[in-house]
Design a protein around this ligand. Structure first.
Ligand code: CA
Length: 237
């Protein structure tokens, strides 16, 4: 969608070195970045400029990114991508009470971040433009039933016999239908020793998971591959 070009992106980040690279990368991609160093300044800029998306550092000098996100959302709903420095923060972001649209772990490549920005904008603009996609999302997701206490997932009424990692993978994907997870993100969230695991490990488990889903509904493939990005649970039924 062409509307993503020339979009104002508000970056709230107190480290100039990081901000510089992000601003440069966004400009290169045709966005109009706006950089603020503190939560207060960020809030002001948010009110003034009405950015299309916010990139928000969790550790700011005057506020926590989580609290700031809540405040911003109270003013106006806008997509947020968190920048996080610590693995311990990821759980809260992924916990999603805050409703982040995505997150990037430092250090990250500016390219990775701009790719996420584009994906989030495409998703949010898309979901605003055509509401039917929301309804089909519900119906695709409704095929899954998850019982976290017994670690059991039913698909179209049938219990899936899953390995531990298959279960966790599907659990993560199910929590955010439509959201694209990179292999790196899935490794971090699903595997016990992500540093010793390979991206290929994710692919292998996705493959076996798909086969198990196909055994129940042969014509559906709810797990989509996004080349160069990763995987998502499909929004289309
Ligand atoms: Ca910081």
């Amino acid at each position: 969608m062409i509307a993503t070009e020339r979009s104002c992106i508000l970056l709230i980040e107190d480290e100039p070195a990081i901000a510089d690279t992000v601003v440069y990368a966004l400009q290169t991609e045709g966005f109009e970045p706006l950089w603020r160093m503190t939560g207060q300044e960020g809030l002001l800029a948010f009110r003034e400029h009405g950015p299309a998306l916010i990139i928000l550092d969790i550790g700011l000098p005057d506020a926590s990114g989580f609290d700031l996100c809540r405040e911003l959302r109270r003013i106006r709903p806008a997509p947020v991508i968190f920048l996080t420095a610590r693995a311990s923060e990821i759980d809260r972001v992924v916990g999603l009470e805050i409703g982040a649209d995505d997150y990037v772990v430092k250090p990250f490549s500016p390219r990775e971040l701009t790719a996420r920005v584009k994906a989030v904008l495409r998703r949010t603009l898309g979901s605003q433009a055509d509401h039917p996609s929301r309804e089909t999302a519900v119906s695709a997701q409704a095929l899954f039933e998850i019982n976290e206490e017994s670690c059991e997932i039913r698909y179209d009424g049938q219990v899936l016999i899953l390995s531990r990692y298959e279960y966790r993978l599907l659990q993560v994907l199910l929590k955010r239908p439509g959201r694209i997870f990179s292999r790196e993100m899935l490794l971090q969230q699903v595997w016990d020793h992500p540093d010793h695991s390979l991206d290929r490990t994710v692919d292998t488990h996705i493959k076996t998971l798909r086969a198990k889903l196909r055994a129940i509904r042969p014509d559906d493939n709810p797990i989509k591959t996004h080349r160069g990005f990763g995987y998502s649970l499909s929004l289309e039924s």
